[in-house]
Design a protein around this ligand. Structure first.
Ligand SMILES: Cc1ncc(COP(=O)(O)O)c(C=O)c1O
Length: 332
């Protein structure tokens, strides 16, 4: 089968094996439905991603694992042992990461539509806030919450994603305005406002969309990244700020069907550092989620019903979109 991966997900004599364990045995032992993750595969994906980027990098590479992709504590602990950083979206995620051993200072908090309550919850945690709107910044000032900041920027061109629902930059996708990020032409103003209020600015970040596997999609991401670096230089020049990091967000995809290719990791890595060399920072950060975990797990279900409807075979199972919502929600 095209989706088999040696020593991870294999069919032997008509039976599925995960990391050498028979799926049937696992189902019998633990019951179904059950998610099964292979920690070794998580590690392999993480190391492949990091090492390929390092090969082309002239400085420190930080991988902020985007824990919204999978916040299973076992997976988080593995990535902590690998020395990953964290991209988090809510106070709950932040607390979970800390409980799994992540250093507070290695957590970047990028919420969108954060409430006063959300911000109060992270008041005493030494994370960095990645500001995605003026209103977030005003709330921080109003609440007297002092943090080191970075800013999430909409580079100003159409984002790139598997479908319109996973495009997170540009004015709009499919007629729907994009809610994320500060528009590129408002960023200097926002950062100046933060500095005037005593905040220290550490980085700029983008996340333009999710799940790309084709080179043309990577090219669109690279185009957006060029604009991000251009803006970062403008920020440094106009505001006399020295940025510690630029963060290019997540988005690298995985194969979901036979006609797709694997993500062109070398192409992505070599080209992003050609762009990053235009600005000096201590570190370059990335926020992969799906790439690290998507192919590391399976959902095992039990067949409960087989029936013929209008010439097609329908197979019913003891699970539903309560356990696997993305195909229904996102058309994934
Ligand atoms: C800010 C941010 N960073 C990173 C990611 C991870 O994206 P992906 O799983 O496509 O790598 C997301 C996903 O929505 C995100 O919102």
């Amino acid at each position: 089968m095209w989706w088999e991966i040696k020593d991870h997900l294999e069919v032997k004599n008509g039976e599925l094996y995960i990391a050498g364990h028979s799926a049937i045995n696992l189902a019998e032992k633990f019951g179904t439905p059950i998610y099964v993750y292979n920690g070794v595969r998580v590690k392999e994906n993480y190391r492949r991603f990091l090492n390929t980027l390092r090969k082309f990098s002239d400085r420190d590479v930080r991988i902020h694992y985007s824990m919204k992709a999978n916040s299973n504590p076992g997976i988080l602990r593995i990535l902590r042992e690998e020395d990953a950083w964290i991209d988090s979206v809510s106070p709950e995620e932040v607390k979970l990461a800390i409980n799994c051993g992540f250093d507070e200072q290695k957590i970047l908090f990028t919420g969108s539509s954060l409430s006063h309550e959300d911000l109060n919850e992270i008041r005493d945690i030494k994370l960095r806030v990645n500001v995605d709107s003026f209103s977030c910044l005003s709330k921080l000032i109003e609440l007297g919450i002092k943090k080191e900041l970075s800013f999430r920027i909409d580079p100003g061109i159409h984002g790139v994603g598997q479908g319109w629902r996973t495009i997170t930059a540009g004015r709009e996708a499919h007629g729907v305005p994009i809610k994320f990020s500060i528009p590129s032409d408002e960023v200097i103003h926002a950062i100046r406002f933060a500095m005037d209020n005593g905040y220290s600015i550490k980085g700029l970040q983008e996340h333009v969309g999710s799940n790309w596997v084709r080179k043309e999609e990577v090219d669109e991401f690279l185009e957006a990244s060029r604009l991000l670096v251009k803006k970062a230089k403008e920020v440094e020049k106009e505001l006399k700020v020295k940025l510690e990091f630029i963060d290019f967000g997540g988005g690298p995809g995985v194969r979901y069907s036979e006609d797709q290719d694997d993500f062109p990791l070398e192409y992505y890595a070599s080209n992003i550092f050609k762009i990053a060399k235009d600005i000096e920072t201590d570190a370059i950060a990335f926020e992969p989620g799906r790439y690290i975990v998507a192919d590391a797990g399976v959902l095992l279900v039990k067949v409960t019903d087989v029936k013929i409807r209008y010439g097609s075979i329908i197979i019913g199972v003891n699970s539903g979109f309560n356990h696997l919502i993305r195909p229904v929600l996102y058309g994934s």
